[in-house]
Design a protein around this ligand. Structure first.
Ligand code: ATP
Ligand code: MG
Length: 647
């Protein structure tokens, strides 16, 4: 078995860190024993119009689940993210925008951000958007997306962002589900040197949505259809709009946004987040997880279409008065060194990305990284999927030169912010482990059969959370029943994450993947992530996805989809070698029953492997693949089915 390496932070790092090991222990203990005291004090980092007198009022009892934080407090998110910084840091850059074109970037100060958000808010008003209305954003990664979010918060509207890579059908279903008063889009979205026709997609979506009024930002100036009375050009409205707009006083429990989950396990859910608790939790996790210091340049590579972009490009960093980098492009354009070129150009201090990006870049070797000066980096982060130790080590050695702490952050659209992660100055990290709960988070491991909490330190099972934290989602938009059933019905009294985990002898947590992805081979339960990690540890393997399938003797067998490194030939000899390799790495019980070559894997638009589709293909059940509207490249599925049928 691959040996476990532990990576403590350097003494220097610890000395300058906001939270060291002792401080973490002390704060964590207080957050659990005295949540009202802890969060009441923490809430002072926000500017309140009316300070809350009630802090926590939450109940996980099925079916009367109710979650309220700071329920009599009043505040405005835009004031917290923009206005209050103008006096103290008006000339500091709030947003660095790096365009798809490597020669174009913009720097927007807090003063400019304030004017732009106010103008945007007045455009909303002019177009008739009122407090409580939903606005759908279908936008490129441009500063106007951040203005649109903050302006929505300023007037008390509720935004719902639909990732710009989604099809007209996926857009239409989200516009209809949220009953949107306005769509904000752009003419086109440049990405990787190609333009996605966003406005034309909105036009197509109208077949299902009718003529929802639409604001069109002129990003490329491309020719688009403008329907009189329905479509409105942004620039003209922006130029005439006043840069003064009174913020709406919002109750802490008023909705801030709706966001649909990525759909890797089923039909996307309209997750609803509210104002006070969400903002506090995003801000606090941003500061502590990344050890963010004033003046640092923070870069989260996610799209604002995902929760990661909401919490760690816009709300968390801006609430903290940070400088946040927003990137319009892709990691491989104009070449596979783009991420590192951007880090060098803007002297990025904290870099936060996804395992899927790391694995993709790893395939191209170390040279594209080493070409760039990455000395500004202080902390590296990952999110979205379990990171296999092989990719973790590459990230650590090649990008971090072995000296930057890596925070592997486990969380969900539903949780609003990080739930488990090492804090960089407090915890020695273990490659692939999410390590420790954030303040206020009480993870428990349940026995999947009995539903009982497992008390032993070392164990494996279903990951649930025992009590509420401020960033928790409050409901599924207009479907509270689905909220209660999805998260609170299977294990009464707990929030059910849907993920499995292992707790090691030190009490550190490892996410093993979705509970559905645990396979039972001859009575032995194992996470598919473990087999995937073993496969990826082989030098010729770039990526692997493992699922269970019905097996006459063993109950479930192990079915592996494998993508090889650039240029490696796919042949039977290597197939046998990989079977032997996994057997040696994990043990005879994990010996793959079948390896299917997969030059491409079905992924969501956010880069997650859709194992539910792979399970169906492994089972030879091609008829019922379920919701595939969030797939990045549906063609991959047909190729895998063809391959499967030819066996
Ligand atoms: P859906 O809920 O519609 O199936 P989704 O769960 O993929 O979609 P997200 O909220 O974007 O939507 O993803 C959260 C999930 O991502 C977690 O439940 C977990 O399975 C996985 N995940 C996120 N971060 C990590 C991490 N650091 N380690 C392991 N898994 C992670
Ligand atoms: Mg989920």
């Amino acid at each position: 078995m691959t040996e476990l390496k532990i990576h403590p932070p350097s003494a220097d790092f610890v000395k300058n860190a906001k939270i060291d090991a002792a401080k973490y222990e002390e704060m964590y203990a207080r957050s659990i024993s005295d949540p009202d005291g802890f969060w009441g004090e923490a809430a002072e980092r926000l500017d309140w119009i009316k300070k809350p007198s009630k802090i926590k009022n939450t109940d996980f009892s099925y079916p009367d689940v109710s979650i309220k934080w700071f329920e009599d407090g009043e505040l405005n998110v835009a004031v917290n993210c923009v206005d209050r910084h103008v006096a103290s840091r008006g000339d500091q850059v709030a947003i660095i925008w790096e365009s798809d074109d490597p020669n174009v970037a913009k720097h927007i100060t807090y003063k400019e951000l304030s004017a732009n958000v106010n103008k945007f808010a007045n455009i909303y008003k002019k177009l008739g958007v009122k407090k409580g209305d939903r606005v759908v954003l279908y936008m490129p990664m441009i500063p106007e997306a951040a203005y649109a979010m903050l302006a929505s918060a300023r007037i008390g509207a509720v935004h719902s962002i639909v990732f710009a890579g989604f099809s007209p059908e996926a857009l239409a279903s989200r516009v209809n589900d949220s009953d949107a008063a306005l769509i904000i889009t752009a003419d086109e979205a440049p990405r990787g040197g190609r333009n996605t026709p966003l406005k034309a997609n909105v036009d197509k979506a109208r077949e299902h949505t009718g003529n929802v009024p639409t604001l069109v930002v002129e990003r490329t100036g491309g020719d688009v259809h403008m329907e009189p009375g329905v479509d409105h050009g942004y620039t003209a409205l922006f130029e005439e709009a006043s840069d003064q707009c009174e913020p709406e006083a919002m109750n802490a429990e008023d909705p801030l946004f709706i966001l649909y989950t990525s759909g890797s396990t089923g039909t996307p859910k309209g997750v609803l987040h509210t104002t006070g608790g969400y903002l506090l939790y995003a801000a606090m996790t941003h500061e502590y997880t990344f050890d963010y210091h004033d003046g640092d340049i923070f870069w989260c590579t996610a799209d604002v279409g995902w929760v990661t972009g909401h919490s760690y490009i816009v709300y968390g960093p801006l609430a903290n008065g940070a400088t946040t980098l927003m990137f319009e492009g892709v990691p491989t354009y104009p070449d596979v060194g783009r991420f590192w070129q951007v880090c060098e150009k803007h002297k990025v201090n904290q870099f936060y990305t996804a395992p899927t990006a790391i694995r993709a870049l790893m395939r191209h070797g170390t040279e594209p990284v080493e070409r760039h000066d990455l000395s500004s980096l202080k902390v590296l982060g990952t999110v979205g999927e379990p990171i296999n130790p092989e990719a973790w080590e590459w990230y650590n050695e090649v990008v971090g030169k072995g000296t930057r702490p890596i925070v592997d952050t486990w969380w969900q659209t539903e949780t609003g912010g990080h739930m488990m992660t090492p804090l960089p100055g407090a915890h020695a990290t273990k490659p692939g482990a999410a390590m420790k709960p954030f303040f206020g988070v009480q993870p428990v491991v349940l026995d999947p059969q009995t539903g009982k909490e497992i008390d032993e330190t070392e164990c494996e099972g279903v990951l649930c959370i025992k009590d509420s934290w401020p960033g928790q989602m409050r409901t599924v938009f207009r479907n509270h029943d689905r909220f209660v059933k999805t998260y609170f019905a299977d294990y009464k009294g707990y929030y059910f994450s849907g993920d499995g985990c292992r707790r090691d002898a030190d009490g550190d947590y490892w996410i093993t993947g979705r509970v559905d992805d645990v396979i039972n081979v001859s009575g032995h339960r194992m996470g598919t992530a473990e087999v995937e990690s073993a496969l990826v540890a082989h030098s010729k393997v770039a990526e692997a996805a493992v699922v269970g399938f019905p097996h006459a003797l063993k109950g479930q067998g192990i079915y592996c989809y494998v993508t090889l490194m650039e240029g490696e030939p796919y042949n039977d000899e290597l197939r046998e070698e990989l079977v032997a390799w996994v057997r040696k790495e994990i043990g005879p019980i994990a010996k793959p029953d079948f390896i299917q070559w997969a030059p491409g894997l079905p992924k969501t638009r956010s880069g997650k492997i859709m194992r539910r589709i792979l399970r169906k293909i492994a089972e030879n059940d091609f008829g019922a693949l379920g919701d595939t509207s969030t797939l990045a490249d549906p063609g991959v599925v047909d190729d895998l089915i063809d391959n499967r049928m030819n066996k």
